[in-house]
Design a protein around this ligand. Sequence first.
Ligand code: PRX
Length: 631
Amino acid sequence: MGSYQKFYDQSITQPDAFWASQAARIDWVKPFRKVCDFSKPPFARWFVGGETNICYNAIDRHLATRADQNALVWISSEVEQTKKYTYRDLFDEVNRFAAVLKTLGVGKGDRVLIYMPMIPEAVFAMLATVRIGAIHSVVFGGFAAASLAARIDDAQPKVMITADAGSRMGKIIPLKPLTDESIKLSRSPPKYVVIVNRGLDKGMSTIPGRDMDYSVLRNKHLDDVVPCEWVESSHPSYILYTSGTTGKPKGVQRDTGGYAVALAASMPNIFATQPGQVYFCTSDIGWVVGHSYIIYAPLINGSTTIMYDGLPIRPDAGVWWNIVEQYKVSVMFSSPTAIRVLKKHDPAYLKKYDVSSLRYLFLAGEPLDQPTSDWIEKGLGVKVIDNYWQTETGWPILSAEPGIEETPRKLGSPSFASYGYKLKLKHEETGRQVGPNEKGVLCIVPPLPPGCMSTIWGDDARFVKTYFTTFKDEQVYTTFDWATCDADGYYFIMGRTDDVINVAGHRLGTREIEEAVQMHSNIAEVAVIGVADQLKGQVPVAFAVVKDTSKIGTPALAAAHEKEVMAMVDKELGAIGRPSHVYFVTLLPKTRSGKLLRRAIQALCEGRDTGDLTTMEDPAALEQLKAAIAK
Ligand code: PRX
C-alpha cells in the first residue's frame, strides 16, 4: 500500500500543503490567502480569500482546449431522444439561462429552486445559477407538493424552475400542478415560475404574470454572454435537503471553492478519470450523487458526462451497456439497487454489447451485498468499487482510489478513508476509540475536508447540535453510521444509528413518513420502520393505531384503509416514501418511558430475535404486531 498510504498520510499530517496542491486543479481569479480557517470550530472555511466560480471551472475554462468535445450527452429512453451538447453549446445554453435569471431579478446570494425531471435544461439552470453567484436548491422530482412547500419556505427562492412534466415507464408525470400546489401551501412563494414546456402535459395551466415559458425567454437572449460572478470561496453554491431524525429536512449548504477543489481532485484520484474521457453516472440530479457526479465533477474535469433519463430495464436490461458501447464510457457510477434490478433480468444482456472501454463501476448509496457485486463484476468483467459517503460530504468518505494505486478490494467493504478524512470509530456510550473489528460509530475529526457541508442553511446552531454533540469527550462529526475496521484498515458499514432508512439508495427519515401517515384523519399514532428488502435494501413499513376501528372492521375495509393511508403518503411526501405495508393495531410497543421500540419491531419484521424487552411497557403490543404480520 505504498502510494495510497503516502497520499493519505500527507493529507492528514500536512493538510495545508496537500490541499493547496489539489487546489491548483481549478482556476482562481484571485488566489486564496489561507488554506483552511478553523478558528471557529466546528465550522471550517477552505481557501479563504480565494475567488472563483464553479460554472467558470465547469465550462468557460475548457473552451480553449475542448470547445468541440461533447460536454453533456442526454439520453432519454422515456421519450426516445438523445441530445448532445459540446462545451461550446453548453456555454451558450448556460449563458442564455443565466441571462433569463438575471432579467427576472436573480442576483448574487438569491435562491433558485429547481424542481425538474432529468432534462438538459435542469443542468443549464443549475450551472446558470452558480454562474451568477445565486444558490440553487434542487428538489427531487419525486417529492410531493407538501415536501416541496417546506423546502420553498426554508430557502425562500426568488424564482422557481420547473417543467410541465416528466415521464416514468412511458407514463407522463405532471410536475406543474405540484408546483402550483406547493406555492399555494408556501408562506414565502417565489415571484416567478419558469417552465420548460416539453409539450408532454397538454392540459397544463399557467398563471399570467407569475409563470414564464422558458423557450420564449430564451429566444430573447440567444446571443447573450453573462460574465461569471466571482465569489469568495465560502460563498454558498447550493442547498440540498436531506432527511434526518426529525420530520424537518436539513438544508445541507455547500461552499464554492472547497467543493470545486474536492470534486476536481476526486476525478483523477478516486475515479481514475482523465479529461476527455466519458463518465456515466446513473443517479438523478435531485440527489447528491447527481449533483456531484452527473454534473459538477465530470464537467470541472473536462469529461463528457452522460445523463440518462429512464429506467435501467427499458426498452430492455441492456440499455446501459448499449450506451457504454456507443459512447465508449470509461467509468460508471451507479447504485446497488439498480444492479439488483438488472440481476432479475437475463444475464445475457451483460454480454450483448462491447463494454471493453469500461474500466470501473463505482457503486454507492447503500450497502453493497456480495452476490450483487459478484454478479455484475463477473458478468461485465469490470472492477466494482464500493464507495461510501453522504449528502453532507458531497464526495466519498471511504473508497478505493485506483487513480492513486490499485489496492486489493475486500467484498463488503468500501475500503479505506479517502484522503482528507480523519476518521475515528467511537464506542457508542463511552466514546473511546474501538479496536479492530469492534463496532463503533463512524466519526470524522474536524475540520471536515473541502467539499463537505459548511452548515445547515440558515441554522448554524442546528448544524453544531445535530452533527457535533453526540459525544461528550470530543467534538467530532457523526455520520450516524455503525462501522467496523479490520486489522488491515478496511472499513465495513453496518447500518444507521438513527432513524434514517435507505430505500433503493434513497435516504428517508422514518419521522417524515410518520408525519405524512398522521395526516390521515383516522390515524391516532404510527410507527414507521425500515425493513430489509431483497431488491431495495430497505422498505418502509407502517404500524398504525386507528381512531375509529369500525373503518377497518373487515379485511376488505382494512385493505381499503391501507390504500388510503398509502395515498396520503404519496400526497404529502411523494411515492418514494410510501410504506410497502400498513398494519393496523391498537397498541405500539414502547418502553415504560414512552419510547418506541423500533429495533424490536424491525427485528420482528425481519424474523430476527427481538432482543432485550425488559423495558417494554405492555408485551401485548408486540404480540399484536406479530399477529398482524402473520396475517
Ligand atoms: O447509511 C449510509 C448509506 O447512505 C447514507 C447517506 O445517504 P445519502 O445522504 O443519500 O448520500 C448518498 C451518497 C452516496 C449513509 O449515511 N450509504 C451510502 N453509501 C454506502 C452506504 N451504506 C453502505 N455502503 C455504502 N457504500
